[in-house]
Design a protein around this ligand. Structure first.
Ligand code: HEC
Length: 638
């Protein structure tokens, strides 16, 4: 194929979009660029990868689709990662029409010169004189720091308090080589940190030095936290996690050897984002999907995925039960999209979060996301209660009705956009189960629309109180996780102005609410922290989960700011800007960025946090930071 021909077809394509598509600035710029290129006397200067990009990718990657990274951010990526996204990742459908050569061209073009592979990606390994201990005094074994997802770490385990938090200093930096995001929240057993990564490598890292005991390679990104089962009887220290291809793994915590692996075996688009919940010898794995993105292809019959939970035996990986958030099977609705492709429903209601255990009532609680196709289902944007033993859906309480949405709603050829067209108000954060002083139990739930609810677990989730703390939006409102000390609920709020769709006053920051009544106790606004006032670095929104210890709350923002708040007054007692460059323990240049999705972890006088999150307009980065008290304080804290 001659380059000139590609230029002509791209020109026609761009012209077509201006005439028929949404006439926005980026399309005009794209047209201008193509025209300028066409006018060049020599075609040698045209990067053929750029032409592929203009034709197949630019529509979404110029800042107009909120969740799609802006093309500029891809310069932080490795070409291999872009290829993975096209070949087997979230962009599979968008790249379906590209030849292998075109994929390589566009990957190299987008990564640009910044996408050089690191010289040596290997971590700093620990010596043989540093074995992993088989018994530990303390541990944090799950994402929610306990079965009820309180994200509360007791004083003995945390070793951090109001009195010493201002002494925290950066101790070491661990880098995920070549990664553009870090979002597997660290868990711990003794002196070992377990964490997953974008390239599917799971690491066992020494808390003191940052050296690595062993690594395990999963097939795809491990975004969930690693669930830890301490040794008991004959059973060794064992780890459990899921990847973005729907695989579930069990690995020996001492040496990283695979014990078993299995698969959700459900839908080709199924992914695991929420952390598997280990409880009573069983592993409860939440089911989410990337079909919301696949649906952007107007030729795709949208949609067939249903969220839910799959339960496995922790000992051998045998599936015990699987149940869906939507009981009815998706069927052809008889309706067609403008390309005459069937519309299939009901679909969606994915589970993004780690299930909450109600041992007394024998239930697992999860929150669900939106429906993908129309009509929206009654169990989307809902809190669901599944029976622990059988998987039966015992009750459902919907918080936002008629929410059907997928990525096609943002693009010119929005043929698969359901008639409801949003508002995409998932419950991304798990419900939190609290036993109040009065003896009553309450479920506290945060939603992307900026609401926090108190619900009655005795009455199928009947609403006891509700409080709107923010405006909400695509990244929340409350997005990934509340924290509570059992009396006060700490709600991080993002309130990010993504595309001006929700235009009113915003309240980014942290709210403290009384768990029993929902009364607001304090609010501390997250102030923008940057010199040039350019988005996205200036976005102060807090979307990542918060974490509480006695007297303190920790939360990190899109702009990379990590803060410790006084839990009684909301006063900021310590802060650190993680959006900067570092040298890692392996001696490499590394960078922090947005703190998003997973939250900080306080442990034995240390504070661990991931920084960097290439997604939408967020800031890429590839570090796990370890802050610690100076040695003397740390000894006293133990
Ligand atoms: C219809 C809109 C749309 C089109 C067309 C599109 N993308 Fe995307 N892309 C997205 C969205 C939305 C995401 C974020 C999805 C996610 O991370 O769940 C994304 C994510 C990505 C990512 C990051 C994947 C990851 O795992 O983080 C890469 C790389 C990418 N796109 C490349 C491309 C390339 C190259 C093309 C053209 C061949 C393309 N995209 C076409 C919407 C689109």
């Amino acid at each position: 194929m001659k380059v000139g021909e590609i230029t002509m077809s791209s020109m026609l394509q761009a012209t077509y979009r201006v005439v028929h598509g949404p006439c926005n600035r980026s399309v005009l710029l794209a047209l201008l660029a193509v025209l300028l290129l066409a006018m060049q006397p020599s075609y040698a200067a045209v990067d053929p990868g750029q032409l592929v990009y203009q034709q197949h990718c630019a529509e979404c990657h110029e800042g107009n689709v909120p969740r799609a990274p802006h093309n500029i951010l891809f310069r932080m990526s490795q070409p291999e990662d872009i290829l993975t996204a096209l070949n087997e990742g979230v962009m599979k459908e968008q790249a379906a029409k590209l030849s292998a050569a075109e994929r390589v061209l566009v990957a190299n073009y987008l990564a640009g010169s910044g996408g050089k592979s690191p010289a040596d990606p290997s971590p700093l390994m620990c010596g043989a004189d540093k074995p992993i201990s088989t018994s530990a005094k303390s541990s944090i074994v799950s994402w929610g720091a306990g079965e009820r997802n309180h994200r509360f770490i007791d004083a003995d385990t945390a070793g951090l308090s109001r009195d010493n938090v201002s002494d925290l200093q950066l101790k070491w930096v661990f880098d995920f080589p070549g990664a553009t995001r870090a979002r597997s929240q660290p868990t711990l057993y003794g002196d070992v940190i377990y964490v997953g990564s974008q390239h599917g490598v799971v690491y066992a890292i020494d808390l003191e030095t940052g050296c690595v005991h062993w690594t395990f390679k999963a097939d795809a990104e491990v975004r969930s936290a690693i669930s830890v089962a301490p040794p008991s009887g004959d059973a060794p220290l064992t780890l459990y996690f899921g990847d973005l291809s729907g695989n579930v793994y069990s690995v020996n915590g001492l040496d990283g050897q695979l014990a078993w692996r299995t698969h959700l075996n459900d839908h080709p688009n199924a992914i695991i984002t929420g952390s598997p919940r280990l409880y009573d010898g069983r592993l409860f794995v939440p089911m989410s999907s990337r079909e919301w993105a696949t649906a952007a292809d107007p030729n795709y019959a949208c949609c067939t995925f249903r969220g839910g939970i799959t339960a496995f035996s922790a000992a051998d990986g045998k599936m015990l039960w699987k149940n869906f958030s939507i009981p009815e099977e998706p069927v052809d609705t008889g309706k067609r999209n403008p390309l005459d492709v069937p519309i299939v429903a009901p679909s969606g209601a994915p589970v993004w979060n780690s299930p909450t255990v109600d041992a007394e009532r024998g239930l697992l609680y999860v929150g669900t996301g939106e429906s993908y196709s129309s009509p929206a289902h009654r169990n989307s944007d809902a809190v669901l209660a599944f029976a622990i033993d059988t998987g039966e859906l015992v009750w459902s309480k919907q918080l936002t009705a008629n929410d059907a949405w997928n990525m096609s709603c943002f693009i010119g050829s929005s043929y698969n956009c359901p008639e409801e067209n949003g508002p995409d108000m998932d419950i991304g954060a798990p419900p939190v189960l609290i036993s109040l002083k009065s003896g009553k139990d309450i479920l506290v739930v945060g939603q992307k629309n900026g609401f926090v609810y108190g619900m009655d677990p005795e009455k199928k989730g009947e609403i006891i109180w509700s409080r709107k703390v923010g405006l909400g939006g695509y990244a929340g409102g409350i997005h990934w996780g509340l924290a509570t000390d059992g009396e006060t609920v700490y709600a991080p709020n993002a309130d990010t102005d993504f595309i001006g769709r929700f235009d009113a006053e915003r309240f980014p920051g942290v709210f403290a609410l009384d768990a029993e009544t929902g009364k607001q106790l304090w609010y501390t606004r997250a102030e923008e922290d940057c010199e040039d006032h350019e988005k996205p670095a200036c976005d102060a929104g807090i979307s990542a989960a918060a974490t509480a210890v006695p007297g303190l709350v920790f939360a990190g923002g899109f702009d990379g700011q990590l803060r410790a708040y006084d839990s009684e007054t909301g006063k900021v007692l310590w802060a650190y800007q993680t959006n900067r460059s570092f040298t890692s323990v392996a001696g490499r240049e590394a960078h922090g960025g947005s703190i998003e999705s997973d939250g900080p972890v306080a442990y034995q006088g240390h504070l661990l946090v991931n920084s960097g999150y290439l997604f939408g307009d967020r800031l890429p980065g590839n570090v796990l930071l370890n802050f610690a008290l100076p040695d003397r304080d740390a000894k006293e804290a133990r």
